[in-house]
Design a protein around this ligand. Structure first.
Ligand code: S3P
Length: 182
């Protein structure tokens, strides 16, 4: 309850934006991918390689459930987390879910130039642009279940953080009003 949840495709900036936003709003920052790695004692590529995607998704579901039990956090989720119906329902319940929408071309550019160089096993394909387009199309309806969608292409991270700060404060005010009139 009362969390700001970031969903969206890989390279949409969920982790960087989330960390900055948490600092600015004095909220705790939780990153589902990092929590999965801690729980498994392995990196995400190792989990995919050694145990496969179904095992990864199972750990992801446990982590999402655990995270949703806490309050006043900015939660950055892995790109596939919101696709699972149970995760989607839990993440939407009493939280503000924001979809950071990114163009496929931007994803591929950021994958190529990423300083962190974090491998994304699902995007390791001969034609990454085609792969990103397909996966994004398949996830379109799931991401559309976010409460708010904001485009992040051609916008600085600073600008996105400022936008999300305003939206979070407005959402908290509205939630307070709802509670007072209930
Ligand atoms: C995935 C995205 C990754 C990570 C895993 C699976 C996906 O997170 O959870 O590799 O299914 O799109 P990012 O969105 O942080 O890249």
């Amino acid at each position: 309850m009362d969390n700001l949840v970031l969903v969206g495709f890989s390279c949409s900036g969920k982790t960087t934006v989330g960390r900055n936003l948490a600092r600015r709003l004095h909220l705790t920052f939780a990153d589902s991918d990092r929590l999965i790695e801690e729980a498994a004692g392995r990196s995400i590529p190792e989990i995919f390689a050694e145990r496969g995607e179904p095992a990864f998704r199972e750990i992801e579901r446990d982590v999402i459930q655990r995270v949703c039990a806490n309050t006043l956090q900015v939660v950055s989720t892995g790109g596939g987390a919101f696709v699972d119906p149970r995760n989607r329902q839990q993440l939407r319940a009493g939280n503000l879910v924001v979809h950071l929408q990114v163009r496929p071309e931007t994803v591929v550019y950021r994958l190529r130039t990423s300083r962190s160089g974090r491998p994304r096993p699902l995007l390791d394909a001969p034609d990454p642009l085609q792969r990103v387009r397909e996966l994004m199309a398949a996830r379109h309806d799931a991401y559309a279940c976010a409460h708010v969608t904001i485009g992040v292409d051609d916008r600085s991270r600073h600008d996105v953080v400022a936008d999300l700060t305003r939206r979070w404060l407005a959402w908290r005010r509205a939630a307070g009003q709802r509670q007072r009139t209930a």
